[in-house]
Design a protein around this ligand. Sequence first.
Ligand code: C3B
Length: 834
Amino acid sequence: MKKSVAASEKPVKAKEFDKELFKRSVEYNVRTLYRKNLEEADAQQIFQAVSYAIKDRIVENWMETQKAYEKEDPKMVYYMSMEFLMGRALGNNLINLKAYKPVAEALEELGLDLNLIEDQEPDAALGNGGLGRLAACFLDSLATLGYPAYGCGIRYRYGMFKQEIRDGYQVEVPDNWLMNGNPFELRRPEYAKIVKFGGYVSVHTDENGRNVFTQEGYQSVKAVPFDFPIVGYGNGIVNTLRIWDAEPVECFQLDSFDKGDYQKAVEQENLARNIVEVLYPNDNHYAGKELRLKQQYFFISASVQEAVEKYMRKHDDIHKFYEKVTFQLNDTHPTVAIAELMRVLMDDYYLTWEEAWEITTKTCAYTNHTIMAEALEKWPIELFSRLLPRIYQIVEEINRRFILDIQQKYSNVPGVDVQEKIRKMAIIYDGQVKMANMAIVSGYSVNGVARLHTEILEKQELKDFYEMFPERFNNKTNGITQRRFLLHANPLLADWVTAHVGDDWITDLPQISRLKVYADDKKAQQEFMNIKYQNKVRLAKYILEHNGIEVDPRSIFDVQVKRLHEYKRQLLNILHVMHLYNELKEHPELDFYPRTFIFGAKAAAGYRNAKLTIKLINSVADVVNNDPAINGKIKVVFIENYNVSNAEIIFAAADVSEQISTASKEASGTGNMKFMLNGALTLGTMDGANVEIVEEVGEENAFIFGLSAQEVINYENHGGYDPMEIFNNDQDVRKVLMQLINGTFAPGDPELFRPLYNSLLNTQCTAKADTYFILKDFKSYAEAQKRVEAAYRDEDNWAKSAILNVSCSGKFTSDRTIQQYVDEIWHLDKVVLK
Ligand code: C3B
């Protein structure tokens, strides 16, 4: 221990990048890894060799950082998340090491192209969408700001599926991202943990008269961590993303044979094999599968055990655990951490319930990411108690005590129906364990992810909880890392910004507001539009290579990329494209500014309407793109396999950012921020963080339409919306809807899109129709689109608005979000390396 303190006192040298040394190490790596020289190695081998050379540099900083943490013993945040959508590591690591340009040059001297090498790396797609990518941005900001942090998650063997489009349909292909090995990760078997499932709990009284609970007859799995370095920007800090792999405890334990329990040994082996096999590909929707609950408990139990053990290695009083550790629960998925921490404190450290509860409630904080009812996790008691018998006991006790609190607080309050309160707030009710309720009751903070979202939580969705615990509620508007989404994704614009206002924006994004003075400058406007054009050429090339579609970079690039979900309303977008197509066909003389509608979206594998919407987009594309009558004025492109790496190319090339969710449904959105940072104008509803984006940039530099969140909520609560009325009165709407069922876009199968038609019109009066108010917002959307077109014709003014979008994006850095989490929730201290 002394030794490590002394070592961390050595100042970290601001190492100059040594090109020759780097080149030699790449050559050396190719030789030792593959017994080849550079000329013989293939692209993947070179990627590996380069990555190992970079990892060598990272490891030094990593050790220094961990030594400094060891010495200074700062409070740590454990960001617990089922998802980390990291994307590629090599380019980002080079950016954050400030070594991107010198490495590119060194490689060029070896006859190698860094861009092509980067393309060899598979995305680490351990996440679905917004929630997982937010976690990745947060890790980047934590390291850059110098805050001690661990990401805790699962090392899925298969991440988010690869999407192929065949005959216009989405086909899911397994993502074998570890196939060639992962050069940046480090296996840490010395930190392995045992996680127990099933069996039963026996109780006996020990010599001190205390009840001792023991789980027996269980199956167990060994959790083995893999560590990923998270490199801070230019500060020498390297934090850790720790993701857990599962292994059988011991293959076919001898004592199992002795007891004749061969079956159990086989089961343990299978459990280990299955548990981390694959990420559930649902976004904003929970599937309620047993294996998913196993995944949750698996990584949580391992992470909580490790956090407690790590703390106890340096401290002797477990009662002060929360002074050094805080757990941020990324949505309800890791909520079982609450009961697991209680279990460890009571069963392993012999604390009383009250002692354990005080520590737990001061340690755990919860982020809510959605109000979509189908995303709120509820587990059947039968499943939960069978899989996690001891944990279930603890949840029951938390619930019992909480219900007593409700009764105590409200029994004598006139006009309050206590049973109703219990019905809404109990953790266990109606045969189910409600994870959000547990997270709110058992933690010290509950936050939403944009101002509007937090307001809706407080006033609507979580109203009763807000009334009971107002001090726990707070807002943390999401953010994104400008290092990946501008500096790496859009080098042309990044250099241009730096040339005008210096490079402080890289770690202090609000500095980018100094660009405002150039918004009216004709030269700056031209330069900006020229950069946008070049980025559009880059995307056009990607589209030609990947989709075989030719698009005109002079057309307006109108982009909607995000997960496919009915509330995100890709259907509204494509229906409007159909409408424009109709207009052009009817009025060929129409003065129409050419537009390229770009979509990218994965649909959950079992989500019928979402998958059908993908087919519709592709079918419309087939017809529109090949109709000579419209002279190429509209192009529709569906980009296959939208992911973090192609997103970087897409954001940089966008003119229009489609953020058209039904108001109140998109908790925040983060793609909206990436577009803004890259100078696209928002076409959106007043939903999620759009509200704050418009507040920053001004409504005149965006295109806002549609129902407000309050209007949507009013319709939902009181009725009064009939889509049929719109269908009957609006001929444009009627026409596109009829085209869904008359074979215009599915000549061989006119019935193909009937489920989408039915979802909009309640023809059978059975199900609710147009739940997401697509028809209601159609007209106002079409008008907003007209405003987009008119605005784009005035190129100078468009450039001005685009530059203003870039310069007003300062608020939306995840550095700001993390600083707010630190100041208002976590209370961490910065660690500065000398
Ligand atoms: C998403 C929300 O849908 C987005 O509005 C939000 O910006 C991000 O989280 C990040 O906060 N979300 C998600 O991707 N998956 C969920 N299960 C719930 C919310």
